[in-house]
Design a protein around this ligand. Structure first.
Ligand SMILES: *Cc1c(COP(=O)(O)O)cnc(C)c1O
Length: 425
């Protein structure tokens, strides 16, 4: 078999939507982006949604919107994709990395302990699509001692008057919390529509606003749209449609708008997401759980509890009591059997750039523990039951092989024998 890790979902409706965009002769930001934003607002019930050209751009946008700059601190987990930290660094601020819990998500206690008068924002990450503990995180940012620590410096910071909570929801479009979209639990939620995510626009993302009532969401939406287009008063589409040729530049904006040709892909997908694509992902996750449940080593990823449900973006399998080296050998085995897998994530403190900045993996024991035994299995709507069963069998046989190796006579046993004959002490 040859099973890819995460191919994009491209059916006839996606192709039709893209062709329609091409034939309309309007390919950059316009009606398809507006339609995609409307779908996201309808799906999440957030107050506004602004599409951008990547999650990373969206994070830089919102950090800049909040006035985050040199000397500020933003708390993030050590266990995430590097974009979470890089967005903070691009704004000149310091990413303060903290450890995670056994559910892969940022540890609220570690967040609490890391807050200083320089802390301006927290970016929890919904790893694999599992929503973080937003109740605890919201309780922390509104805690009286923490509120007193906050030093507002810009207009937006004065208005909010507390730490900003931005969800890295790159994985969690469709995740639920208390029966509503988990995006409702944060001030700002940013989705990614990169090619491997649940919904894709090839490259892209979306900023969802759920700011407190002191903020006018419609005004903020308009301002952010302008921010994505160089701070320009009129976008190309409204100029085309008779709004006149004159425009103005009001501030130093970014150029991070999503083109319609990209939005078309996501638009066709999102229309069948809740009713079709997401349930298929869930079925696969449940088939994996069923396939592994009788093994002694299977650690089930968090999928559903009384309040939360994941978006089934990844299936982060964990194997109890194995080393990083054993995990790597299992991956080699699976690759040779034609099963493409991945690891989410290599902790940032293990990467060259972050090591050079002084981050040390020894400061994040749970992050390392989760990483060392994790293998992300393929999970996407196109997978057949035969393929899933083949993956399950392949994983079971390669894990068994590794576990058998580890109980074969080892150096220690030999030392025991030498001890018996009096040679070693
Ligand atoms: C994919 C991903 C990102 C970055 O998304 P882009 O759209 O590629 O910028 C950020 N955070 C996490 C956790 C991701 O998996």
């Amino acid at each position: 078999m040859n099973i890819p890790f995460s191919p994009p979902f491209i059916d006839q409706s996606v192709i039709d939507e893209v062709v329609h965009t091409l034939q309309s002769k309007w390919i950059t930001t316009g009606p398809k982006v507006a339609a995609l934003e409307n779908e996201i607002v309808a799906m999440t019930s957030c107050k506004a949604a602004v599409c951008i050209n990547s999650w990373t751009s969206g994070a830089i946008l919102m950090l800049k919107w909040f006035g985050i700059k040199e000397g500020d601190e933003v708390i993030i987990p050590a266990y995430t994709y590097s974009a979470t930290a890089l967005a903070v660094l691009h704004c000149g601020a310091k990413p303060v990395m903290v450890d995670i819990g056994d559910d892969f998500c940022i540890s609220p206690q570690a967040v609490y302990d890391a807050i200083t008068p320089k802390t301006k924002a927290i970016i929890p990450v919904d790893i694999a699509g599992w929503p973080c503990d937003y109740d605890k995180l919201n309780a922390i940012i509104t805690n009286r001692r923490i509120l007193k620590l906050f030093v507002p410096e810009t207009f937006e910071q004065q208005k909010l008057n507390r730490i900003l909570l931005i969800a890295d929801a790159a994985h969690s479009l469709g995740a639920k919390f208390d029966g509503v979209a988990s995006a409702k639990k944060c001030d700002v939620t940013i989705f990614s529509f990169h090619a491997v995510k649940n919904i894709t626009t090839a490259e892209g993302g979306c900023v969802c606003l759920n700011l407190p009532a002191v903020f006018d969401s419609i005004a903020e939406y308009r301002y952010l749209k302008m921010y994505t287009l160089n701070g320009q008063t009129k976008d190309a589409f409204s100029k085309l449609n008779g709004a006149g040729w004159k425009y103005d530049i009001l501030f130093k904006g970014l150029k991070i708008n999503m083109p319609d040709i990209c939005a078309a892909i996501g638009l066709a997908q999102i229309r069948k997401y809740s009713s079709y694509l997401l349930p298929l992902r869930k079925q696969i996750a449940l088939r994996y759980c069923n396939g592994f449940k009788n093994t002694s080593w299977f650690i089930q990823p968090p999928l559903i509890d009384s309040r939360r449900e994941t978006s089934y973006h990844l299936f982060p399998l964990r194997i109890s009591d194995i080393t990083e080296e054993q995990r790597d050998k299992i991956i080699d085995d699976l690759t040779s059997m034609g099963v493409a897998v991945n690891v989410h994530f290599i902790p940032m403190p293990m990467l060259t750039y972050f090591k050079a900045l002084g981050y040390r993996i020894t400061d994040y024991p749970t992050t390392y523990k989760q990483f060392s035994c994790e293998i992300s299995l393929p999970i996407y709507p196109q997978l057949s039951n035969e393929e899933i069963d083949f993956i399950i069998e392949s994983v079971i046989s390669s894990v068994q092989k590794q576990l058998t190796y580890s109980i074969l006579p080892s150096v220690d046993l030999q030392t025991d024998k030498l001890r018996q004959v009096g040679i070693a002490s």
